[in-house]
Design a protein around this ligand. Structure first.
Ligand code: MG
Length: 203
């Protein structure tokens, strides 16, 4: 199983990071041990002092595919979930400055909380799908698929040029604006509509 994460897929988030708006999708990967199973707390790691949340819609691949045409991409997923792309922002800034890879900032253990359930896409309007993240009850991120620079089907087409997608692979589709730091004691709740999909406690 692989976890593929899209960077800068929302213009306002690219802006808050002082980054260019991409003209092709940008992705990086997390290992399977990055997945934080539902109900598991996240333990703040010693190597960072600035872990940020990035709440993202997650696409679960349901069959094997390579070089998938965008018009057929919808056949390769049937469910949508919600997750967090935890980012060690301090380490990421250093990596960026030095032109180094991002793994220590993005791919660490537990850096990919995932929802307890995935929603069949037939129940959702993927062209206009809202999701939210609350930190200790306060709304901090609110995203909508209408603001995605690259839509789900084009992401699948793009990624599958480079690597075969397999059943169970997860694509974290990028975060909207409003990213921010977490602290020990925090509770992060992600929702699609009024369905609570994850509740992550920071310890
Ligand atoms: Mg992200």
């Amino acid at each position: 199983m692989k976890i593929i994460c899209i960077g800068r897929n929302y213009a306002k988030h690219a802006k808050e990071m002082n980054a260019e708006i991409p003209t092709t999708p940008m992705f990086f990967m997390k290992p399977d041990i990055a997945l934080l199973r539902p109900g598991t707390p996240f333990f703040y790691p010693k190597f960072s002092k600035d872990i940020h949340f990035e709440c993202e819609l997650v696409v679960k691949i349901n069959r094997v595919g390579k070089n998938i045409a965008e018009k057929f991409a919808h056949k390769y997923y049937s469910e949508i979930g919600l997750g967090i792309d935890f980012t060690a922002r301090d380490l990421q800034q250093t990596c960026k400055k030095n032109g180094h890879p991002w793994e220590i900032a993005k791919a660490f253990e537990g850096s990919a909380p995932i929802s307890k359930e995935f929603i069949p896409k037939e129940e959702l309007d993927l062209d206009n799908l809202s999701f939210t993240l609350k930190q200790n009850g306060k709304l901090v991120q609110e995203g909508n698929t209408t603001d995605m620079i690259f839509k789900i089907d084009s992401l699948i087409a793009y990624i599958s040029q480079f690597m075969t997608l397999k059943k169970g692979d997860l694509i974290y589709t990028g975060t909207p604006e409003g990213v921010g730091p977490i602290a020990i004691g925090d509770e992060l709740v992600g929702e699609i509509g009024d369905r609570e999909l994850f509740n992550v406690k920071i310890k």
